[in-house]
Design a protein around this ligand. Structure first.
Ligand code: C5P
Length: 217
């Protein structure tokens, strides 16, 4: 069987964006590349864990030794995550769309000639991290979330830790000038109930390795 510090542990990871359909040909998405979540999945597998990676639409190859479940929407991601429970560790790195269409159209929405654009009605998506955090029977023993923000990074991370009942929040500034979104490097802060650790600027693979090294039972 597998060897390494996480041998025998089940690790569940989400990564990438979600796509929320508007109609059969259009969707709402975000700029997540999935690189950080895929790097964490690879690092956890290299540490001997049994890894399930629930991935939104990305253009990345499956990491070696990882079970990859590909989904499109937030609701599909939640279903796949719940199907992968129980897990010892869950790391929710996906950039889940906060909103979907209240009703997605069965047919392509057409211009009606009036010159007035359509009005889109949104509904809030389920929060996968918070669902796991408040899961009565199957909350993972270590639950890690991400907080990608463009301002008030640490305050937002601390409030997510509490609201979603996570153990750690990996917080980062994704303002366009940082080049983090879609890039290969990341500067993160590890926020827990014990305080904040500022990590140096690292390759996303190095962030993944450090994070996995911190997971000990
Ligand atoms: O609230 P916000 O989206 O900034 O929180 C980010 C964290 O919550 C990430 O870990 C993300 O994967 C998770 N999340 C989630 N489901 C959502 C929204 C966010 O799992 N619907």
């Amino acid at each position: 069987g597998p060897v390494g510090p996480l041998a025998g542990r089940k690790v569940l990871i989400t990564a990438g964006p979600t796509h929320e359909p508007i109609d059969p040909v259009r969707y709402i998405a975000n700029r997540s590349s999935g690189k950080q979540g895929y790097a964490i999945a690879a690092a956890a597998a290299a540490a001997g864990a049994e890894v399930t990676l629930v991935s939104g639409p990305v253009s990345l190859a499956d990491p070696d030794g990882v079970t990859v479940v590909r989904v499109e929407s937030a609701r599909e991601m939640l279903t796949a995550v719940e199907a992968a429970l129980p897990a010892d560790v869950a790391i929710m790195a996906a950039a889940v769309a906060d909103w979907r269409m209240a009703e997605d159209a069965a047919q392509k929405i057409k211009k009606d000639g009036s010159g007035k654009p359509p009005t889109l009605q949104f509904a809030e998506n389920p929060d996968i991290l918070a669902t796991l955090g408040h899961h009565a029977a199957l909350r993972p023993r270590l639950l890690v979330g991400f907080a990608a923000e463009t301002q008030n990074v640490l305050d937002n991370a601390a409030s997510k830790l509490t609201r979603k009942n996570a153990d750690w929040i990996v917080a980062n500034d994704v303002s366009p000038a940082t080049g983090i979104m879609g890039g290969d490097r990341n500067t993160v802060h590890l926020v827990s109930r014990d305080g904040v650790e500022d990590w140096p600027d690292l390759a996303k693979g190095e962030v993944a390795t450090r994070l996995v090294e911190r997971i000990a039972f």
